[in-house]
Design a protein around this ligand. Sequence first.
Ligand SMILES: [Zn+2]
Length: 145
Amino acid sequence: MSIIKITKQFSFEMAHALRNYDGLCRNIHGHSYKMDITLAGQPLHDESSPKNGMVMDFGDLKRLVNEEIISLLDHALVLNEKNDPQLIEILKQNFEKIVVVDFQPTTENLLNYIADKLKRRLPETVKLCRVRLRETDTSYAEWEE
Ligand SMILES: [Zn+2]
């Protein structure tokens, strides 16, 4: 049986700031991210299963990505932990969704973060093979394995 790739698209609104960056993105600003998750696997061949013919139920994939990624990052401000701790504390006291990460929150680094979280949750029957994260109409990065 052939390996089939399936892709589901997601979107979320997220703010970030790139610490020490030599351009406008050092300021707190947001993007409307578009994310494509691609899985590879063999379609289930089991007439008795409701998932017969599927690599993974798109609904199950949607639920998993919403739980792991979207609920965390949508309408969040993502900051590098190396920012002033007082600033992070004040932000946390005043806003609900402040996500502090141990990396510079670029699209490239977010991809590694997202891929790691998803790989831990996906069933063994499928393989995460690509995550594409689009930051603007003209810019995106891809994680591939
Ligand atoms: Zn940005």
